[in-house]
Ligand binder design. Structure first.
Ligand code: ATP
Ligand code: MG
Ligand code: MG
Ligand code: MG
Length: 470
């Protein structure tokens, strides 16, 4: 049954409304009063205070479609069928109200009756020690035990340090053998794209203390997350999340500006999907007030934008083009997210300025890196020296992650340790230079500013590995 992405979204929200849930609007991508998180990465993230009991929710049952960013998935984008840095997460939440049984039963009802997904294509996973969930699936839902997989803590237990935590149960769709991998033991939990995880149900039932003891939580919570793009991909029987009815339009505009055809060449397709994903992420980030910078959220935005711009170059696009794609992003998502429509010209302007800036940097840096690569090949060497990587970065403003990516593409790598040494040396130099200056004057020194942005951009790069891992 072919069902559009927008239809799935409203079906989901309506379904949970009919089960007594209050449907709230998506929160901003920028966390509100939460220093622990750079960007909202799940439906539950903006509701944390309700779960913690710090704030009273408008209802004990809520449902949302939340815009999310997971930069931790950036390397997967365009390569797996299922990862975007930007995506929408549908969810139903219970704050000390209903628990496991209802969550599973309603999940099953929605998927099999309202989306009419054939039962024999579905698999579920439970946490290995969660017999309760296993029994609800097998005895109450009559789900065949051969298709229930018990997974360990890494996959199916949600916790962050101490505090509320609990087991998960996930629902998967079997896309068939043609999507499989070489692993003879391929089943849900395998990293390939045959079994597509689309809905995670988290049963927050424990409270972990400092010693690692798990006590029962007084008010048990439910937090579920279903990837909207993934569900659309299943419903529409397309290859990956970027080929669904709405997002496919962005691919088409890229085909036009680049004068290439999607689906003809694997490498081209990866670049097209990366641009498709990143322009969505970037448009939403700017709409939520993030501006390009060298640290924090601004750095995430800058990195996504520059990465998209570079993939545009790989496709042979010469002019600034990213800002032009915003029209398509708005056509696709503007109805569900009116902030995009309201800020259309602002979003375009921000993107255009950054794109222009980047083009100047990139042309020069790419040429230099190409000459380094040539030298390496001549000398049969595989590793770019830290010194040269640093020079590119420091003198030419060429982003280090881009250097790394370009090297990887031609089978080379980078002496990261030596690069870090150079970075530290530079920080030392900057520190002592600052120490010698009087009062405020160093702030006006353009070089001191350059150093500040350089060092913070590097920290931003480190930070990225921490984002989106929850
Ligand atoms: P995966 O194992 O495929 O990376 P996950 O276990 O990290 O997914 P969860 O943290 O359980 O994902 O998030 C809940 C749901 O959100 C997933 O079941 C999936 O449908 C969706 N989702 C998660 N990450 C992404 C992503 N990068 N792009 C699109 N959808 C996603
Ligand atoms: Mg993941
Ligand atoms: Mg998973
Ligand atoms: Mg999961």
């Amino acid at each position: 049954q072919n069902m559009g992405l927008n239809e799935i979204r409203s079906k989901f929200l309506n379904f949970f409304e009919s089960k007594g849930h209050y449907a709230a609007k998506s929160a901003s991508l920028v966390p509100h009063n939460d220093k622990s998180l750079l960007l909202i990465n799940s439906g539950m993230a903006p509701l944390k205070n309700y779960f913690a009991g710090v704030e009273v929710p408008p209802s004990k049952r809520m449902t949302t479609c939340q815009k999310c960013i997971r930069t931790g998935d950036i390397e997967n984008v365009g390569k797996t069928a299922r990862h975007g840095t930007f995506f929408e997460m549908l969810g139903n939440f219970s704050f000390g109200d209903y628990f496991k049984r209802e969550s599973i039963r309603w999940g099953w009802e929605f998927v099999t009756e309202h989306l009419s997904i054939p039962e024999d294509r579905l698999w579920v996973t439970v946490y290995e020690e969660d017999d309760e969930a296993f029994d609800i699936w097998s005895k109450e839902m009559n789900f065949p035990t051969e298709r229930i997989v018990r997974l360990g803590k890494d996959d199916n237990f949600w916790e962050i340090g101490t505090g509320p935590c609990g087991p998960c149960s996930e629902i998967y769709f079997d896309r068939g053998e043609s999507f499989g991998c070489d692993n003879p033991d391929c089943k849900p939990g395998c990293d390939c794209d045959r079994y597509l995880e689309f809905w995670n149900h988290v049963f927050t039932q424990f409270d972990r203390d400092e010693e690692g003891n798990y006590g029962q939580l007084e008010h048990k919570n439910i937090d579920t997350g279903m990837g909207l793009e993934r569900m659309a991909c299943i419903m529409q029987d397309v290859d990956n999340i970027f080929e669904v009815d709405t997002i496919r339009h962005i691919i088409s505009s890229i085909e036009k500006v680049a004068n290439v055809e999607y689906g003809k060449d694997a490498k081209t397709d990866v670049s097209i999907r990366i641009i498709t994903d990143h322009i969505r992420a970037v448009s939403f980030l700017v709409a939520d007030g993030v501006l390009p910078s060298n640290e924090g959220r601004g750095y995430v935005l800058r990195r996504l934008l520059r990465r998209a711009a570079r993939h545009g170059k790989l496709l042979g696009i010469k002019e600034n083009f990213l800002y032009k794609l915003v029209d398509e992003v708005i056509k696709v998502s503007g109805e569900a997210y009116p902030e995009l429509v309201e800020k259309e010209s602002y979003i375009k302007k921000v993107i255009k300025i950054e794109e222009e800036k980047f083009n100047e940097t990139i042309d020069q840096g790419s040429e230099i890196l190409a000459s380094y690569i040539e030298d390496l090949k001549k000398n049969n060497s595989k590793t770019l020296s830290g010194e040269n990587a640093f020079k590119l970065y420091d003198t030419y403003g060429f982003p280090i992650d881009l250097t790394k990516e370009i090297l990887e593409e031609v089978g080379l790598d980078l002496d990261e340790e030596a690069f870090n040494d150079e970075m530290n040396k530079q920080r030392e130099r900057a520190r002592s230079a600052r120490g010698n200056m009087e009062g405020e004057s160093w702030k006006e020194d353009p070089l001191s500013k350059l150093d500040e942005s350089a060092s913070s951009s590097f920290e931003g790069y480190n930070d990225l590995s921490l984002v989106g891992k929850v």
